[in-house]
Design a binder for this molecule. Structure first.
Ligand code: SF4
Ligand code: SF4
Length: 276
């Protein structure tokens, strides 16, 4: 028996929207009896890309996070729907029966991730099917995975210990988007953006970037050290939310500078001047 899953590496997602467009191409206006009714011609998307803009000028980054149904082992949508319209196949794919679910808008609110869309025209709750209609015909992977150019999406069978997905999941680097939901999600993520603290260090007397200046970040879990690069820039990435850190900058012959940064958002400390 197979146990299907998808691994999403956020760092590899370039925001090309191929997965989104391919899903539209496969399902908008197309009926797959026994699997899914057509997606509406606009809206009601089963995979979307969340764009996260981080930092402030000139230290700005954009991350893209593909969002879709997580095909949870212990899915709220299956548990809360009392009609039998939402069910989990033996291979783990969670499906909404387009006949039984007709008119049942309450199903939309059963997913804490908000991954179920309401098709107003058909009066139907709908979501990703992992392209079950294709997998059952022997296709290797869902179409979004097939067309992702960067390898950000990996599909496979967790019951095959040699599969790439089994190895990725075993690495311990992948986690649900919201572990608190604790539903046995089968779409796991790596490198979902956290927060950064960054800055640019300048020697005030010569008005030059202070490449090589030592920067130490100290927080409740200890300290980390880095050095300013050739542009005088430094960055500590992947920090938790809402933590107050002390940032200390040192360079031989210059006074030590101490600043604080709170990660309620990404922090760019700006140009930090070192004085003799
Ligand atoms: S992500 Fe939401 S819709 Fe998908 S299986 Fe889990 S609870 Fe159901
Ligand atoms: S196809 Fe791949 S790289 Fe492009 S947006 Fe989707 S997940 Fe990201």
């Amino acid at each position: 028996m197979s146990r299907y899953a998808i691994a999403i590496d956020v760092n590899k997602c370039v925001g090309c929207y191929n997965c989104f467009l391919t899903c539209r191409d496969e399902f908008a206006g197309n009926n797959y009896p026994g699997y899914s009714a057509p997606q509406p011609m606009s809206g009601g998307n089963w995979i979307t890309i969340k764009e996260i803009e981080r930092g402030s000028f000139p230290h700005v980054k954009v991350n893209y996070v593909p969002l879709t149904c997580s095909h949870c082992d212990s899915a709220n949508c299956v548990k809360l729907d009392q009609t039998g319209a939402v069910y989990r196949r033996p291979d783990g794919i969670v499906m909404i029966d387009p006949e039984k679910a007709k008119g049942n808008k309450a199903i939309v609110n059963t997913c804490p991730y908000r991954r179920i869309e309401w098709n107003e025209e058909l009066q139907l709750p709908q979501k990703c099917t992992m392209c079950a209609h294709l997998l059952d015909k022997g296709e290797r992977e869902p179409r979004c995975v097939e067309t992702c150019p960067s390898g950000a999406l990996v599909f496979g069978d967790l019951d095959d210990p040699e599969s790439e997905i089994s190895k990725l999941y075993a690495s311990g680097n992948y986690a649900p988007l919201n572990p608190d939901y604790d539903m046995g999600e089968k779409v796991l993520y790596k490198d979902v953006p956290k927060k950064f603290v960054a800055g640019t260090v300048i020697y005030s007397d010569i008005d030059e970037v202070a490449s090589g200046a030592k920067v130490t970040l100290t927080g409740p879990d200890g300290e980390m050290t880095t050095v300013a690069n050739g542009f005088g820039d430094f960055e500590f990435e992947g920090l938790p939310d809402n933590v107050t850190y002390t940032v200390q900058i040192e360079a031989p012959g210059y006074q030590k500078v101490t600043l604080t940064a709170k990660t309620s958002k990404d922090v760019y400390l700006g140009e930090i001047m070192l004085f003799k």
